[in-house]
Structures are given as structure tokens and as C-alpha cells.
Design a protein around this ligand. Sequence first.
Ligand code: S3P
Length: 453
Amino acid sequence: MADHGGAARPLTARAGSALKGSAKVPGDKSISHRAFLFGGLASGRTRVTGLLEGEDVVATGRAMRAMGARIERDGEAFVVEGVGNGCLLEPEAPLDFGNAGTGARLTMGLAGAYDFGTTFVGDASLSRRPMGRVLDPLREMGVQVAARTGDRLPLTLRGPRVAAPIEYRVPMASAQVKSAVLLAGLNAPGVTTVIEPVMTRDHTEKMLEGFGARIEVTTDAAGTRTIRLEGQGELTGVADFTVPGDPSSAAFPIVAAAIVPGSDVTVTNVLMNPTRTGLVTTLLEMGASIEILNPRRSGGEDVADLRVRHAPLVGVTVPESRAPSMIDEYPALAVAAAFAQGRTVMVGLEELRVKESDRLAAVAAGLAANGVAHEEGRDSLTVTGDPDGRGYGGGTVATHLDHRIAMSFLVLGLACPKGVTVDDARMIATSFPEFESLMAGLGAVLEPAKPAG
Ligand code: S3P
């Protein structure tokens, strides 16, 4: 099984001067995974610029190579030569996805419907995460699953000779499940239908269309989406594919500027797809000063630059319906809420329990360790803020192999005179390798901490 080698790397963030300047966040993780997956599957060449070179995405690239794709760097870009839809090769060795749920689950869909065996392994975090949500629909399509411990990694998939197209109603708000079923449908004859009662990020639908798949999306009056994909059609490489900046990474400098007094930071090239902008919407409701500058189109998506200045925040209730559009941003929002006047109530968070860590428990424990008043419910979190926050900090946060827990609590530390330590900063490299240098460039104080014990 994959691990992350070497010793944990504790890191401390503490309050220094105001954060100032401009920063460009790396490419969107969701779109970068899909660029390697779809580019590696499509026939012909796809040139990808702006790709996130985080460990998660690198693992997906390695998996696609193992199944026949060619991926080469060309200066700042990556050139992907795909195999053609239906023509993936059987990998000779287990595919190791490290920490990456998206890479593992989407590749299960992509490779699972092939008449060969594919073994999936990952790190301790990924090996704890539920895979049944993807395996259940794959079983309906005829895929056999061999797993040692329940529906968890490590596991091996073997597709039938001909996969059955299915109609599948996604039982939880999950873009990964939706995507896995659609990707399996690419290798099944006939039409695979996914019904999505709650809209989640739509990168798979949009990008498949861009790669030439026959895909049709309808939305009824209640907002339920029906996605129909014709299987076994041709996919063709996209000559120039641009990955916009990741709003989930932008969340960290945005929240940092919102809570550190005197800050004025511009985060450039941020994806503004409405399925991803819940944090910005919520911060604006809380009174944050965020200007949306230079709105423009890039790579078929809306992008903008966000200028964030420190301003007083007030607590709000975040509607449950907004959860899918900010599902990865609740840890960062909890940190902003710590500095808001009054209570911030977050509900409908059950999916946070099955992320890289149990994020609800990890956030609550991190807040507790640093003196932030809060209440953890089964699927909710309430934070009672203190705009002054002078008593906060001094704690060490257990990150549980979760990059977003590490970055969120380092951001908390930037507004605490006593500072905040995270027990291990290594996982930050899975999604945001330049986090430390980018934050330091804005004036953040981040320094190595002594290992605990
Ligand atoms: C992702 C979907 C979300 C998100 C993850 C990326 C994707 O997961 O949390 O970081 O790229 O499809 P779920 O589908 O489990 O909600």
C-alpha cells in the first residue's frame, strides 16, 4: 500500500503583518484529473495548459499511462496521446492512487467496464474511504468486484465481456459517483442514464461534450438533472485545453485575507463555475469584501480575479442546498466563521464524514484545540465567532492525512498571535504544492515546528 514516506512534517503559522499582493492559484484539481482521464482515453492529441501538478493528479496520469496513454511534458504544458475510446490496455501492476478519491473513483468507472482485471490501491486515508457508492452501480453493469475488506481499497475490478448500460439515480450528492457511472457508460453499448436529484460539479458532462461524446443533459422543474450518454462513441482529443485556477485552493488565501487585519490580496484566474462558488457567495453574505474583477471565459469556463480585503464578518446560516457547491470549502469557512460576530450554522454536511478524513470531526477537534467555540452535530457544525480572536491559537491540529485540514488550520494560525501548528504538512502537496511559497509571498509567517512528543 502507498504511504507518504519519511516522517511527518509539522508546521506552524502565526500572525505577522497584513497579507498583501497578488497570487495565482494552481489549476483546478477536478478538471486536471479529467484532463488526463479524457485526454488519455480520446483518440489523438490533447494539449493541456494550467494543469495542477499535485500528487493526486500525477497519480491519475500514471494510471492512464499504465493503460496505454502517452503523456509528455512540453514546457509548461502536457501533451496527452490517447488510446481511443474502448481501447484501454490492461494494466500490468496495481494502480496506486495515493490519497486521491477522485482519481480512484473515476478510474474505477473508466476501467471497470473493460473485460480485464484492474487493481486499485491507495494510502491509509484512501483505503478507509467507502467505495461501495461507485461499486454498486458498476456491479449493476456487470462488473465483478474482489475486495478484502468490505468495499474498500485494495480491490480488483473485472468487467464483463459486454457491459450493460444502466439508468442510475445517484443516491448522494456526489460528482464522483455521477462521473464513475458515465465513464463506465462510455464502454457500454446503448445509452447510460444518470439521474442527479441535486446538482454537483458538472465538469465531467461539460468536458465529455468537448471531447466529442454524445451526451445530453435535461433539468426538470424540480432541478433534477437527467444525463444521457451514448456509449461506445468516438472521443477525440482537444487541441488546446486550458485548466482554470482551483476555487478550492483559492479558498485559503481568500479566507486568510478576509480574517487577517489590514489585508488586501488579489487571487487571479479563479474558476467561477456556479457549481463551485458557494464559499464566495457565503463569505459575501457574511460581509466579506470580495470584488470580482475581470470576469472572462477561459477553457469553456467562467473565470475571474478576486480582490479580498479584510472586513468585519457576521455569522450566517448556510443553506443546505449550497453544500454541493462548496463541499470542499467547509473547513476554510469554519475558520472564517471563527472571526465572525455571532453564530455561523452549517448544515447538510454528512458527506464531510467520508472525505480524505472525517472532516467534520477533524475541523471540530482543530477548533477545540485552538479555543474556538463550536458545536459538532451528526451532520452539522455551528461556530460561534469572536471578531477579535485574541484568545485563539496555541494548539496542535491532527490533520489525518487531509490536505484541506492542514491548510485551513494554517490559515487560522495567520490570525492568531499564539499561532497554530498542524501535525503534518506533507499532504498539502496532493492538491496545492505551492501553498507555502504562495502564502509566504503574500507575507504569511509559516515555520517548521518541532515534531510532537
Ligand atoms: C470531486 C467531487 C467531490 C469533491 C472532490 C472532487 C470531483 O467529491 O469533494 O474533492 O472532482 O468530482 P464527491 O463526489 O465525493 O462529493
